[in-house]
Write a protein that binds this ligand. Structure first.
Ligand code: DUT
Length: 243
């Protein structure tokens, strides 16, 4: 069977090193099938970032196991594992350099075409073209300033240029308007059909059409299903929806 881009959590619990008290994640089990878009929602501190940090092994599980492509993440060579996964962090990290250099960061051998394609999917193309020197425009010190949403789109382009199997967006469209966000998701569906996508968010509109939504509450998985299913049977999800 095709397991490229599949993610499995089996009874995962996680406690940060040196922390006392309750685990941050408690007995979590779920599967993301290859090519699925999975949303993760829950209030602040519910464990969303902690959950996704276990996939590229930024941290190791305390109990249970995480599998990528059907293999325990602890059995991979770290470089190979992380080569499959691109994480767009909550805080965009751009540096002083050109737009192209910023997109290429982490994949220095990316071609011009690959950079442009990644920028197009991330809906960054129009503002890049409008910048004084296009892709050669300098950012940061001595260069132009971008809006928060524009920075997030560059950060998404940077992730896409790596052509990962798994793309993780950690609240990384929070500053992008809803129309642009919808366009990015549509492009991802069209041009990156095999990509497994995990979208962490605080807003339901960002994940309403996801194949599956995971609802976290205080480190527990309290719901899993489509928007419609969760609206019917998950109280925490309904509360987020009506808040
Ligand atoms: N936590 C730590 N150490 C860390 C990171 C987080 O102890 O390095 C705690 C804080 C919190 C819990 O883990 O009690 C879950 O945090 P996480 O950042 O995973 O929650 P979130 O759902 O991603 O919150 P937010 O929406 O604010 O990003």
């Amino acid at each position: 069977p095709n397991t490229k881009g599949q993610i499995d959590f089996h009874n995962v619990s996680f406690t940060y090193e040196g922390a006392s008290g309750e685990p941050v994640l408690k007995n979590i089990t779920f599967t993301c099938l290859p090519g699925e878009t999975v949303g993760v929602i829950g209030s602040t501190g519910s464990g969303k970032s902690s959950l996704i940090n276990l996939i590229p092994r930024f941290y190791d599980v305390s109990e249970g196991s995480v599998e990528v492509d059907g293999m325990d993440v602890r059995e991979y060579n770290l470089k190979e594992l992380r080569g499959k996964i691109a994480v767009v962090p909550q805080q965009t990290m751009l540096f002083t350099g050109t737009i192209a250099e910023n997109i290429r960061w982490g994949k220095e051998n990316a071609t011009e075409d690959e950079i442009k394609r990644a920028a197009a999917i991330a809906e960054a193309e129009s503002f890049i073209k409008a910048a004084p020197e296009g892709y050669d425009t300098l950012l940061g010190q001595g260069g132009i300033n971008l809006s928060g949403g524009q920075k997030q789109r560059l950060s998404i382009a940077r992730a896409l240029v790596k052509q990962p199997e798994i793309l993780i967006l950690d609240d990384s469209t929070s500053a992008v308007d809803l129309t642009t966000e919808a366009k990015i998701k549509k492009s991802l569906k069209e041009y990156a059909v095999e990509l497994t996508c995990i979208i962490i968010t605080q807003r339901i509109s960002s994940i309403k059409d996801a194949d599956k939504i995971l609802v976290l509450d205080d480190g527990k998985l309290v719901g899993s299903g489509t928007h419609e299913q969760l609206m019917a049977d998950c109280q925490v999800y309904q509360e987020i929806h009506y808040s």
